[in-house]
Design a protein around this ligand. Structure first.
Ligand SMILES: *Cc1c(COP(=O)(O)O)cnc(C)c1O
Length: 406
C-alpha cells in the first residue's frame, strides 16, 4: 500500500489509465489532432468522427439522444449555461427560479449574479438529513417560475435528491428542471428517457476523466429546450457553445463514460461495502455524527463530525490520509460548510465535519489503515480536548442526577 492515501474522490478523481492512453492519442502529429470543424480534409474529418463517437458514449450513459449533449469546459460552465441561458431566453415568461441552500457554489454564485440582473430566487431549506421534500418545491412554485435547479447528489454529504418526483411536479406545470449531476453521473443510473429532467450538468473529472471538460444535456424531445448562449464565436455545438472543440478532452470524457456505463453496478457495490466498513469502524468510537441521510446516499461519500474535535485538528493528526473538510471549493475560505449549516448543524458540528470520499482505486487495505489511524487520532485528541472533557463531565453529572432519584 502506498502513502499518502487518497480519500478525496468527491473533489476530483485520477484519470483512468485507459482514458489517459486514449487522450494522448488525440494530441500530436500521427494522432487525431485535427480541428473537428475542418470538414474539408481527413484530419478534421477524423477528429469530427472521434467527437461524435464520444458524444454517443456520453448520451448512452444518460440514455439520451447524442443531439442532446453540448460540450462545455465542465459542470461549472454547464450550470452557468443552464441557469443564465434559460432565464435570459425565458425573461418574457418570468424571472423566478427555485433552487436550494445546499447547492454547489457553481449554482449558488450564478443565482447571486442573476439576482443582480433582477431575477427572483427562492432558496429552499433541506430537512436535517439533507433531503429537499418534493412538496416543498411544489409549494414554492409561482406563476412566473421558469426554472427549478437542484443537484442530484450533494458533493459534501452524498445525499441523493428525489429528482424523479420533483420532475413530475415541474413537468406538470410546464416549468424547466435543471439537475447538477456532477456527483451522480457514472455512480447512479440516469435514464433521461424516463426522468422528467430538461437540463443536466456533467463533469468528466468526477468520473475518472480529465479536468476542463464536461457537458450539458439539453432536452430535444418531446419539447425542445431553448437557451441563450454564454459564448459567441464559431457557431459550434448548434450555436450554443462557441469555441474549437478539444478533441482529446472530449474523447477522454467519452471513454470515461463508457467505462462507467459498463462497471457502475459492480463498482458502486464494492465502494459501498468499503465505505460502510469505515463507517462501522468509526461509529464504534462513540459520539460520531453522520452528516447526511442514512439511506438515500451515494456509495462513495462519508461525512462525519467527531464530537469534541475540530476537523483541522484531525486532518493535522493524519497527514498521510487525504480527506477534506467540507468541500474543496469552500475549504479554501475558513467558513463552516453552507451545506451543513443549511441542514441545521450548529457551527461546532459544521466546523468538525470531515468528508471521506472513496472511489475506483480505493482498496480494503487503505480503509483498514484509515480506520485504525483515525480511531487512534480521535482517542488521543479527545484526551486533550477541553470540549470533550466538558461533555464527559456533563454526561457524568446526568448519570449522578439519575442515580440520586429515589
Ligand atoms: C465538481 C462539481 C462541480 C464543478 O465541476 P467542474 O467540472 O469542476 O466545473 C459542480 N457541481 C458539483 C456538484 C460538483 O461536485
Amino acid at each position: 500500500m502506498d502513502l499518502p492515501i487518497y480519500l478525496d474522490y468527491a473533489a476530483t478523481t485520477p484519470v483512468d489509465p485507459q482514458v489517459a492512453h486514449l487522450l494522448i492519442q488525440h494530441l500530436s502529429r500521427g494522432g487525431v489532432f485535427g480541428n473537428p470543424s475542418s470538414a474539408t480534409h481527413p484530419f478534421g474529418q477524423a477528429a469530427a468522427r472521434a467527437v461524435e463517437a464520444a458524444r454517443v458514449r456520453v448520451a448512452t450513459l444518460l440514455n439520451a439522444d447524442p443531439h442532446e449533449i453540448i460540450w462545455t469546459s465542465g459542470a461549472t460552465e454547464a450550470n452557468n449555461l443552464a441557469l443564465q441561458g434559460a432565464l435570459r431566453i425565458c425573461a418574457h415568461q418570468g424571472r423566478h427560479l427555485i433552487t436550494s441552500k445546499t447547492e454547489h457554489k457553481a449554482v449558488l454564485d450564478v443565482c447571486r449574479r442573476l439576482e443582480r440582473d433582477g431575477c427572483v430566487i427562492a432558496y429552499l431549506d433541506p430537512d436535517p438529513n439533507g433531503l429537499i421534500p418534493p412538496d416543498r418545491v411544489a409549494a414554492a412554485l409561482r406563476p412566473d417560475t421558469v426554472l427549478v435547479s437542484l443537484m442530484h447528489v450533494n458533493n459534501e454529504t452524498g445525499v441523493v435528491q428525489d429528482i424523479a418526483t420533483i420532475g413530475q411536479i415541474t413537468r406538470q406545470r410546464g416549468i424547466l428542471l435543471h439537475v447538477d449531476a456532477a456527483q451522480s453521473a457514472g455512480k447512479l443510473p440516469l435514464d433521461l428517457q424516463t426522468l422528467p429532467v430538461d437540463l443536466l450538468s456533467l463533469s468528466a473529472h468526477k468520473l475518472y476523466g480529465p479536468k476542463g471538460i464536461g457537458a450539458l444535456y439539453v432536452r430535444q424531445r418531446p419539447h425542445r429546450v431553448r437557451l441563450e448562449p454564454l459564448l459567441y464565436g464559431g457557431g459550434q455545438e448548434r450555436g450554443l457553445r462557441a469555441g474549437t472543440l478539444p478533441t482529446h478532452q472530449i474523447v477522454a470524457m467519452g471513454k470515461a463514460c463508457r467505462i462507467a456505463s459498463e462497471n457502475m453496478a459492480v463498482e458502486q457495490a464494492r465502494i459501498r461495502a468499503l465505505r460502510d466498513r469505515l463507517w462501522y469502524a468509526l461509529a464504534a468510537l462513540g459520539d460520531v455524527l453522520l452528516n447526511g441521510h442514512p439511506d438515500d446516499n451515494v456509495a462513495g461519500i462519508l461525512n462525519l463530525s467527531f464530537t469534541g474535535i475540530a476537523a483541522e485538528a484531525l486532518l493535522t493528526a493524519i497527514p498521510e490520509i487525504a480527506v477534506s473538510t467540507g468541500s474543496a471549493c469552500t475549504s479554501a475560505g475558513n467558513e463552516p460548510s453552507h451545506v451543513l449549516r443549511a441542514m441545521g448543524c450548529d457551527a461546532v458540528r459544521a466546523r468538525g465535519a470531515v468528508r471521506f470520499s472513496l472511489g475506483r482505486f480505493t482498496t480494503a487495505e487503505e480503509i483498514e489503515y484509515t480506520a485504525q489511524r483515525v480511531s487512534a487520532a480521535i482517542h488521543r485528541l479527545r484526551k486533550l480536548s477541553p470540549l470533550w472533557e466538558l461533555r464527559q463531565r456533563g454526561l457524568d453529572q446526568r448519570v449522578v442526577d439519575w442515580a440520586a432519584v429515589p
